[in-house]
Design a protein around this ligand. Structure first.
Ligand code: SF4
Length: 475
């Protein structure tokens, strides 16, 4: 029996299936291998030395960031005998990648405290640099099968948060109801912000600002919010081209010269913008106010501005939102009604161009289904909740319907913040939870309230005690 299992048959066939790995130690590994090696700390962790001779101790490698920005966020390191330093870690094959990839000019990389590279640097480094090939726990050729196989799917033990164990002890119902509590807190918080804006701009103005700001997703919320403060459907009455011309003119995104493949469309926008520009004597935003790099074409801010132009031209949306959510028989009906109420009219230019300067091609809709789902959870339902909460009497009862729509609303797109929160809180365990936006909102709120206030080691976090108290209360 021993001989039958000792002939390496399984390993050989696996290797053959993966195409073999004749890796030599001096080979340059791909960057995602370096990320897995750092993530799982397959390093000689004692005695790591930077290229400037200082020692570095990895107290926590940070959380893998698969979005734009540094590869690992929130690492905790100690240089020599100094105090722990918290910051980001960037990984490149070559030290020159720091400048070649533009990290030195990118504000998203300002928090980087360690540059991990594979090749030994040939000159002085701008920031603390550690060479990985000098500190692996085993030769690369021995680690290669693991890197090609299991590494991408494994959740490192150091990612599990201090709340993982008490959350595991909660049953399905306990976990679900705790996340709903956090989601309710998030709904109240968002409703509070909209109520404050409504005091200054009225309910229509607050909804308009909220919807337009939310089009910017995470990176371009503020410039879009500025546009919504300057121009609004209650004050303007224009067609779509005029509305888009105004918003583009104020945004600083309208090219100075109407030239290139879309010169005709740009000229038409400039003609309209010249007539309107005098109404905003203090001018608009500089182009630099926008985050333009590292975004998917469908999320380009120019498409968001074009979308806002459609809403601006079609007038206030409050009544349509009330009708869509409260007039629907159930959540799927509400989803369809909201989609119709938010949908832009036909737009010959934006259906065939990704940006103002791009060549003709087929594009995706200006407002896809995932964005519609998010807009409702983040703006429309909190706005309805705030409005209903602001009145006394029977109108306040509408909150019951708004809450049930909120709890049943389908889950939106997953994102890096949600993935990290789930990994830390559940430790990679598969817990069957409803696929609703409310569960996502719950995870996001716990991450914002507790994870963001602590560090990668969960020091001083109050959430584990909160979970234990919830467990005692519900059992
Ligand atoms: S910081 Fe708190 S909430 Fe976040 S993973 Fe750690 S223990 Fe959990």
């Amino acid at each position: 029996m021993f001989q039958a299992t000792d002939d390496g048959f399984y390993q050989q066939r696996l290797q053959a299936w993966r195409g073999g790995s004749a890796l030599r130690d001096e080979a340059r590994p791909p960057e995602h291998w370096l990320q897995h090696l750092w993530r799982h700390q397959r390093l000689l962790r004692e005695g790591l030395r930077l290229s400037d001779g200082r020692s570095v101790q990895v107290l926590h490698p940070g959380f893998w960031n698969r979005g734009p920005g540094p590869d690992f966020r929130g690492a905790i390191l100690r240089f020599d005998d100094g105090p722990p330093v918290q910051g980001d870690v960037e990984i490149d094959v070559e030290a020159s990648g720091w400048i070649a990839h533009g990290h030195d000019r990118n504000p998203a990389f300002r928090g980087v405290v360690l540059h991990v590279v594979w090749e030994r640097p040939t000159g002085p480094s701008a920031l603390p640099t550690w060479t990985m090939q000098d500190g692996l726990e085993a030769p690369l050729r021995e680690l290669a099968p693991w890197l090609e196989g299991e590494a991408p799917g494994l959740i490192p033990a150091n990612v599990r948060g201090g709340c993982c164990a008490p959350l595991r002890r909660l049953g399905k119902a306990g976990l679900e109801s705790l996340l709903l509590q956090a989601a309710r807190h998030r709904l109240d918080r968002k409703a509070g912000e909209l109520t404050h804006r409504a005091r200054h701009r009225g309910w229509e103005g607050a909804l308009w600002e909220g919807l337009v700001g939310a089009l910017g997703y995470r990176h371009n919320t503020w410039p879009l919010r500025c546009l919504a403060e300057w121009v609004s459907p209650e004050r303007e009455s224009m067609d779509v081209l005029g509305a888009q011309a105004c918003l583009f003119g104020l945004s600083g995104l309208l090219p100075a010269q109407p030239e290139g493949p879309n010169a005709g469309h740009l000229r038409a926008m400039w003609d309209r913008w010249w007539r309107e520009a005098g109404r905003w004597p203090s001018g608009g935003l500089p182009r630099e106010a926008w985050r333009l790099a590292g975004l998917r074409p469908a999320n380009h801010p120019e498409r968001r501005v074009a979308m806002a132009g459609h809403w601006l031209a079609s007038g206030p949306r409050g009544a349509a939102m009330v009708e869509a959510i409260l007039g629907a028989c159930d959540t799927s009906d509400a989803l369809e009604r909201v989609a119709r109420a938010l949908q832009p009219s036909e737009d010959a230019f934006w259906e065939t161009h990704w940006t103002l300067g791009s060549m003709t091609s087929r594009t995706s809709p200006l407002l896809g289904r995932p964005r519609q789902v998010d807009l409702v959870v983040n703006v429309v339902l909190p706005w309805l909740w705030a409005r209903a909460s602001s009145v006394a009497g029977p109108a306040r009862d509408v909150r019951g319907l708004v809450w049930s729509r909120f709890c049943e609303w389908p889950a939106g797109e997953d994102n890096a913040v949600l993935k990290t929160a789930r990994m830390r809180l559940l430790g990679g365990e598969r817990r069957v939870l409803p696929r609703t936006a409310a569960m996502q909102q719950g995870f996001l709120q716990v991450a914002a309230d507790f994870c963001d206030a602590s560090n990668a080691l969960c020091e001083g976090c109050g959430f584990p005690a909160l979970v234990e108290a919830w467990d005692r209360r519900t059992t």
